[in-house]
Design a protein around this ligand. Structure first.
Ligand SMILES: Cc1ncc(COP(=O)(O)O)c(C=O)c1O
Length: 381
């Protein structure tokens, strides 16, 4: 690539077509996709309802600005939010977290935000400053002030939540950090400490949300009650859309003129989101949970015992396979690509799987069998 900044280390695979959960590159090679475009195309690449919604919208109007009311915006917000919550639409996960940071400070009148080591919240200044990864922040100082970090799942972190704390932000499963599961009791202790200190609990559902773990939002697996939730990725199934969802009581802090973005609530992206939300039914979520059962059985019985594997983590169809230090995850990804399977990495030498939620059980298990073959061969080298 000669004409773009080299911010990404790219594979020499130019994907030009997709159908269901299969992708085809320019050379005509086909791939079974365990990436969903990094947790985005949860309904695959040719979902009929989404294609129809977006095509119809394309024939009507694409963009009108937020200066005019829109029944579509209100309808999608209503379908997205849990009762008693309101939405602010933006274009990405990082923007959703920017909005959350701004709203938390403005609503509480307090400065300090607590985030966690090994977290990822995005790349803009606010979201990057919330990201607990020194490699991502390196060279960009000075960062946004009054953001503190504590260790994820560490009971000592609770003591860092005090009367100065505007908000605590966390992922209930750290995605980019290597698919690290939050401890249920610890998550509840964080929430209790937030309530006691008058701090808002922000849950970043950018990667875990929209059905990925078998619930609409992953925090629902833990019965949590966040004040603010951020989403992106899967909500638009590939059209750029993000949202910050917050409790109705926070509305006075986000009145006219306080925050905005030209493309937030773009009609094409919302037409896609409408299709996503219409299909994210309890029945569909139940199907995701049901098809995860044989997947986790295979992970535990076939993959976990391999010499190359140090551990397995995640929930539903968000899967981390932590590899031993003797095995390079990038080499595994390369070999899987040659075998026709696309996968992802995450921190700590983790092979990360985020297949489209619509992938058939047969292909989920076929992919795992191929992963087992590659990990077995590499482990023996
Ligand atoms: C948990 C989490 N938050 C925020 C982001 C940033 O989202 P975006 O890349 O849409 O800005 C990501 C992206 O990977 C993420 O995983």
């Amino acid at each position: 690539m000669q004409n773009i900044f080299p911010t990404y280390q790219q594979y020499p695979i130019d994907i030009v077509a997709g159908h269901d959960w299969h992708l085809t590159d320019r050379q005509g090679h086909t791939y079974l996709d365990f990436t969903s475009g990094i947790g985005v195309c949860n309904f695959g690449y040719s979902n009929e309802t989404i294609v129809q919604n977006v095509t119809e919208q394309l024939g009507q109007i694409w963009h009108t600005s937020n200066l005019y009311e829109s029944a579509l915006v209100d309808e999608v917000a209503g379908a997205l939010c849990e009762p008693g919550m309101l939405a602010f639409f933006c274009n990405s996960g990082t923007e959703a977290n920017e909005a959350a940071l701004k709203l938390a400070r403005k609503a509480t009148g307090k400065p300090t935000v607590l985030s966690f080591n090994n977290s990822f919240h995005g790349r803009t200044y606010g979201a990057m400053s919330l990201t607990g990864n020194p490699d991502i922040q390196a060279g960009f100082a000075p960062l946004v002030p009054a953001i503190k970090f504590a260790d994820y799942n560490d009971p000592a972190a609770i003591t860092a939540i005090d009367q100065q704390t505007a908000a605590v932000i966390l992922e209930v499963i750290q995605g980019e950090g290597g698919v690290v599961n939050g401890e249920p009791q610890w998550l509840h202790d964080v929430q209790t400490a937030c309530h006691a200190a008058g701090a808002l609990l922000i849950i970043d559902e950018v990667q875990t949300g929209m059905g990925r773990t078998g619930q609409k939002f992953a925090y629902q697996n833990f019965d949590l009650d966040p004040d603010i939730v951020t989403v992106a990725k899967g909500i638009g199934n590939g059209l750029p859309l993000g949202a910050m969802i917050g409790k109705q009581a926070l509305a006075p802090a986000f009145g006219p003129g306080t925050h905005g973005t030209t493309f937030g609530g773009n009609k094409l992206a919302l037409a896609s989101a409408k299709g996503v939300l219409a299909q994210l039914t309890p029945t569909f979520l139940h199907e995701v949970q049901a098809k995860s059962v044989p997947v986790w059985q295979a992970l535990q019985t076939e993959i976990a015992p391999l010499a190359a594997v140090a551990g397995i983590s995640g929930k539903g169809l968000m899967i981390g396979i932590q590899l031993e230090t003797t095995v390079d995850v990038n080499q595994v990804i390369d070999q899987l690509q040659q075998a026709g399977i696309l996968t992802l990495s995450a921190k700590h030498n983790t092979l990360r799987l985020l297949p489209p939620l619509v992938m058939s059980s047969a292909d989920l298990l076929a992919g795992l069998a191929q992963i087992k073959t590659v990990l077995t061969t590499i482990g023996e080298e």
